[in-house]
Design a protein around this ligand. Structure first.
Ligand code: KIV
Length: 261
């Protein structure tokens, strides 16, 4: 997938699939899959590092994971997340962060929110870096949102998100993630924009979908928000394999005579 493919897919009404990826070994699996594009999301602070929110992701952390994903999936289109406040510091620091993510191997960056940063977004785009927007539930604002909650249920909030979506398109974003908003709002924004929308908890009528890899693989049994589908019972499958290995070791079934030098 190339940057031009995003708009072509929207025109052709062909959906875009995106999955998060944070490391070399899962990147190798995704490289062999038909998934269109990879997101090195700042959710890695939670999924890979065990922090309670994405606020803990840093530019260095993002660059390290992006580089690992690039090594594992060099031919996939990789979007790297600008971490907490990286786009809210002065222009020099923001551009240093963009430089770090791009030099690590991103093909594009993703920035949460719109208000107060439209000139910066336009500057990044004019600098030759593709920018993906992100509206609705923007997890870096978890403290002001009061938790990971559906956004845009009230008319005024829905209108604000809608206006922000138009403003991000005008600023030059090539695509837009819509997270945890009512289906009707996801559809309204998708119909109004020329750039493709990629939804997570935004209903079926966006131009594409994104899920966290570990979530769709069912790695955390208890994590099952309404929008999520578990494509396998990963936690159970992995636990069974590990327990099988353990019992083979303690019962002397591993290694066998074929597994020795
Ligand atoms: O960081 C992330 O994983 C994301 C997706 C949920 C869209 O931003």
């Amino acid at each position: 997938m190339k940057i031009q493919t995003f708009r072509q897919r929207k025109v052709a009404r062909e959906k875009i699939s995106m999955v998060t990826c944070y490391d070399f070994w899962s990147a190798q699996i995704l490289a062999d899959s038909s998934v269109d594009t990879l997101l090195v999301g700042d959710s890695l602070a939670m999924v890979m590092h065990g922090f309670p929110s994405t606020v803990h992701a840093t530019v260095e952390m993002m660059a390290t994971h992006i580089a690992a994903v690039k090594r594992g999936a060099p031919n996939k289109f990789i979007v790297g997340d600008m971490p907490f406040l990286a786009a809210r510091k002065d222009l020099g620091q923001a551009m240093d962060a963009v430089t770090a993510l791009m030099q690590a191997g991103s093909n594009a960056i993703k920035i949460e929110g719109a208000a107060g940063q439209l000139p910066l977004l336009a500057h990044i785009v004019e600098s030759g870096v593709p920018v993906m927007g992100h509206l609705g539930l923007t997890p870096q604002s978890v403290e002001s949102l009061g938790g990971h909650k559906v956004q845009g249920r009230l008319d005024a909030d829905a209108q604000r998100i809608f206006n922000d979506a138009l403003a991000l398109q005008d600023a030059g974003c090539f695509s837009l993630v819509l997270e945890c908003i009512p289906q009707a709002l996801g559809e309204r924004i998708t119909l109004a924009l020329d750039i493709p929308t990629i939804g997570i908890g935004a209903g079926p009528n966006t131009d594409g979908q994104v899920l966290v890899l570990q979530d769709l693989l069912g790695m955390q049994k208890a994590f099952k928000p309404k929008f999520l589908r578990h494509y396998m019972q990963g936690h159970e499958l992995l636990s069974n394999a590990l327990n099988h290995y353990h019992s083979d070791v303690v019962e002397g079934h591993f290694p066998s005579c074929q597994e020795v030098y």
